[in-house]
Design a protein around this ligand. Structure first.
Ligand SMILES: C[S@@+](CC[C@H](N)C(=O)[O-])C[C@H]1O[C@@H](n2cnc3c(N)ncnc32)[C@H](O)[C@@H]1O
Length: 233
């Protein structure tokens, strides 16, 4: 975010754009389009050259917990299109590195190594470790699988992603490292919360101001890794 912004993004006034319904477009798509076009974070991301409105969520997390420091090595799981990586590199003043992975192709970013693939594939963690070539200071996960509409299935899928990201984090984090992951509604599932509390000194749940009010997403932020993982959760 090299161009500086004044005041809260949510307080800015932008001209409202209305989208006419089109015969070939479902009403839900029209509503989505209208929301995008009128979302101050989307407009501000565009103005600042950020690849996603999600970038502001990482900026909010950083403002609140000051986790990212210059020189850090960071892993970004579910990194496309790259907003979090842009923010992390900017905070580090480009003195640091990020390894990102996503199912989708991501345009290259200076200072980031980007892998395309499924993090849940057996060989994905190993590929990330090879690029890292050592331990990481932070593991960030904004991964979310496409929802099926079946509540229990979606819940289990999200838990599985967080659990895999956490297991990976416990293996590769430096002492005092941090773990940030997207979770939903009621926060982190009990068992995952127990594991987090065992391995990190502080665990918080945080809904960034830039996260849409009507979205059930929030983030778990675990800081000061105790480096006490023996392979058992
Ligand atoms: C909300 S987006 C991430 C936005 C990103 N933080 C940014 O700032 O641009 C979630 C991403 O997670 C990715 N994802 C979901 N499941 C994944 C998996 N199993 N492996 C890798 N990426 C995954 C999706 O492809 C999607 O791009």
């Amino acid at each position: 975010m090299t161009k500086k912004s004044k005041g809260k993004v949510s307080d800015r006034r932008y001209k409202t754009v209305r989208v006419k319904t089109a015969r070939k477009r479902a009403n839900s798509s029209t509503r989505w389009l209208e929301r995008q076009l009128n979302d101050p974070y989307v407009m501000e991301a565009k103005r600042l050259g950020l690849r996603s409105r999600a970038a502001f969520k990482m900026q909010d997390i950083q403002n609140k917990y000051q986790i990212i420091k210059q020189g850090h090595k960071i892993v970004d799981l579910g990194c496309a299109p790259g907003g979090w990586m842009q923010v992390a590199l900017e905070i580090m003043n480009n003195k640091g590195s990020v390894v990102g992975i996503d199912l989708l192709e991501v345009e290259p970013i200076n200072g980031a190594t980007i892998l395309q693939g499924d993090f849940t594939d057996d060989d994905a963690p190993e590929k990330i470790k090879q690029v890292l070539n050592g331990k990481a200071n932070g593991v960030l996960s904004d991964m979310a699988s496409n929802t099926t509409g079946h509540k229990q299935t979606d819940h289990l899928r999200i838990i599985a992603l967080v659990e895999m990201a956490l297991y990976f984090a416990l293996e590769i984090l430096e002492k005092d490292g941090y773990f940030v992951a997207k979770v939903f509604s009621g926060g982190t599932e009990n068992n995952i919360l127990r594991i987090l509390k065992k391995h990190f000194t502080k665990v918080f749940h945080y809904k960034p101001p830039s996260s849409r009010k009507d979205s059930p997403e929030m983030y778990v932020v675990a800081i000061k890794y105790k480096d006490n993982f023996d392979g058992n959760f």
